[in-house]
Design a protein around this ligand. Sequence first.
Ligand code: CU
Length: 699
Amino acid sequence: MFEDIPMKPCLLSGLALAALLTPAEVLAQDSRTDVIIITGAPDMTQTDARIAPETLPVEGVDVTAIIARTPGAARIANGALSGQMQYRGLFGERLNLRVNGQKFASGGPNLMDPVFHYAPSVLTRAIRIDRGVSPVSEGPGLGGGADAQLKRVNYGTGEAFGLAHDVTLQARSIDDSVALGGVVGVSNEDWRFHVIGASEEGSDTEFPGGVIAGSAFERDVYGFAIGHRNDLGEISLDVRRQNTGPSGNPPFPMDIRFFDGDFVSLGYEGEWGGIGVRSALFASDIAHGMNNFSLRPAPMDMQQRETFADASTRGATFAAVVPSFGGELTLGLDVVGNTHNVTITNPNHAGFMLRAIPDAAMDRAGGFAQWGGRARGFDIEAGLRLDRHGFEAGPAATGPAVPAGPAMLAASFSAGQRAGEEITTDLALRIARPAANGLVWRGVLARKQAMPSYLQRFGWLPTNASGGLADGNIYVGDFNLKPETALIAEIGFDYRANKAYLRPTLFIREIDDFIQGIAFDSTPGVINSPVEMIAAMNGDATPLRFANVDARLTGFDVDAGYDFAGPWRVDAVISHVEGERRDIDDALYRMAPLRIAAGLTFEQLHWSATLEAVSISAQDRVSVTNSEVASEAYMVVNLFGRWQINERIEMMFGIENVADTEYRDHLSGYNRNGAGDAGLGERLPGAGRGAFARIRLKG
Ligand SMILES: [Cu+2]
């Protein structure tokens, strides 16, 4: 009754193999997508081998920790609930990220709520990663993308209604966290209905040197979904509310006080005279509050800040799938509009108010054509999309207690040009040689564009908000930014044999007009402008402004495994990326260091045990522009096991960081929370040794 993604027969054995480090390998449906099934139903029969997905260890409640285990991926750790996916060097709003296929604007200007903040791991059934680049049918986006698909109750068989549930409970000792979430519902062949809910709570994370202050979190989700299908097609409605409570963000100057988000989507899928039709209407509203005094030592009254932000998204998509030229031609139209507000206040002084982002409205209307099929002995997916973007902001405003400097900047922003438009064009071509002797050669050629974010364009007030860069710099935007343009080439192969698999990929992305902070003016450090004056007063005498530069990302990643005779198996994932500026001699900021993970698994029919070593290299190719500090190499060892008690109950338990190694992840940001033991200004440490367990009930 639960929906599963159809999978190819398992490659390594007839059993439901858990590719512990490399779930993507066994699950890949084809050469275009990586699918991580988190809660897919494991099927243990000899003929239909699917993955026992819950074999992935518990590393928090954030799904980006799971995503980081796939080739080319990493996690930008800005807080327990604020992890950003990095994929082949790209992160933030450059990736095309969705939850249940729905795109929406994050509520916070510093991406305290990246898209996957809205996909708690206990509610997530599968994560589908667009390998290399997203197809143009999924909208614009500079590189790859991912869709987190939440648990659901699918249609049943017959007229009688049946009850179904899929619930996960997990706990982790290192942050005393408990997370419970799942779906319960009823369905028959024509109707499905479920309620969805999750509740998660954790305390501050411990590391070998003590406790990381401000790393606690709490989050609740509830909602429902209903679906009906008949001769005219299927119609579905999904409604979800998420309330995030006080949750820390040590690398940011503030912590989450709340995110209140509402999500609605109405979908239709059907077939009309041989033409497939897909359509959706969707909306989201997110309200956010953050401050610098609830979860960290409070500064003096005058320095206390509470910032309120909101974002809303309204959109519609329509696509028709027409058989043509021996394949399928998809034609689509989509429109989406976002609005953003950010208001900074001091709770002790009513007159202190700054409308840092005043009614920034970003809209897009696009169309695409995409053909997929086999031609001249190759599997091909070729797509073209065009988007027209409009952007506009309201006038800025400041309260009476705000100093003259910011008030002046606000006035000049309000007097300047605040609206414009742009056209972007995306082209994507994927080619794969159909499998021969288990070998699939594949390649990607693409040109992708991405618009500047509302913050990069309309950020008139020098602040720390930067879409989650967490480099400590103060940034201002630039109205005249151009879209980023990437030329992308990738080549690789997928090899699968009875006992082994190997999937290497080489990639290069040349990105023109890459948006990056650069020195505010030609005399950095000399305070001769209002922006530098305000930035200096706020602790950064050398603010950066977002600008178009030229960049290049190159790298490779691979996953591989071998199944020995008997119960032993090894799996490994290697990810490597280098990011550099092409216009000056500097590295790109916050690039994942070389990561090599390898696991040795002892596997039996109903249980398995894995010893895993994750080795991270030193990162000394750092961005001078972003004042990035180099980091040291380390290795972490994890031990975990899985036990399939019966068809309805599955358990997972283990020990993370067995050696209690103290390490500082290059991507974790610098600590700005003065309480606790992590050290102000130092890179945030990783979790120490702890136990975890997860149980999943399904039926
Ligand atoms: Cu925030």
